[in-house]
Design a protein around this ligand. Structure first.
Ligand code: 3PG
Length: 216
């Protein structure tokens, strides 16, 4: 919480990557039953992962964010799949402390500039990254990472986009995340492999905890 307040004061999309670099693997969670949210957050935190992204793709997502924000104070819970400012506003009211989008729009950029909340917009091309840099954003979700060229693409663009850092997500998994983290232009990775929806639905906390611990 202290961390989030500090970043809020500094401005959400200022050129400060440390909010995103403090946890190298961010679980991207799609949850279908909000009653499982607290147990999920407790499992991930016990394993050492306090920053958790809940995607806004299910009816349970906003309530899951609310429950984690209220009942698991150690969690830094964020909203993912933020496609527009209405979704951002709803997630903010639910208690989300950071925001992730698969892409970027002028209205989202404006919203987060004004509200000064940690925001990770998405990009998958050089032009999109240049547009973000022009708007004072120097960390972006690289999505969908594997389908957009993966490791080799990130290596290729590092020389021309020397100041841009990425959080690859989409196809990142237990077999390749370390290779992504080895790249100098990668600050963290995101992925659903740590806490897959089917394991959450099955209450498989032991497996999720083990997978989370393995990332550290
Ligand atoms: C995301 O929203 O970031 C992605 O859907 C996660 O992709 P993955 O399921 O391939 O990890």
């Amino acid at each position: 919480m202290v961390e989030v307040v500090r970043f809020a004061l500094n401005g959400g999309i200022v050129k400060d990557i440390s909010f995103w670099s403090t946890q190298k693997v961010v679980p991207v969670v799609t949850i279908y039953d909000s009653s499982q949210a607290v147990k999920l957050a407790q499992t991930l935190i016990a394993a050492g992962l306090s920053k958790i992204e809940i995607t806004l793709r299910t009816e349970a997502a906003l309530q899951a964010i609310t429950l984690i924000a209220q009942e698991v104070p150690e969690a830094i819970v964020g909203a993912g799949t933020v496609l527009n400012t209405s979704m951002a506003e709803e997630a903010l009211h639910a208690g989300a402390q950071f925001f992730v989008s698969p892409g970027i729009t002028p209205s989202l950029l404006q919203y987060f500039k004004v509200s000064s909340i940690p925001f990770l917009p998405g990009c998958s091309t050089v032009s999109e990254a240049m547009y973000l840099l022009e708007n004072d954003v120097n960390v972006a979700k690289f999505f969908p990472a594997e389908d957009s060229g993966g490791l080799n693409y990130l290596k290729s663009i590092s020389s021309v986009l020397a100041t841009m850092k990425f959080c690859p997500t989409g196809g990142v998994n237990v077999g390749n995340y370390k290779n992504y983290l080895d790249l100098p232009n990668v600050v963290c990775v995101g992925g659903s492999w740590v806490a897959p929806s089917k394991e959450i639905t099955a209450n498989n906390w032991e497996l999720i905890g083990a997978q989370a611990r393995a990332t550290l």
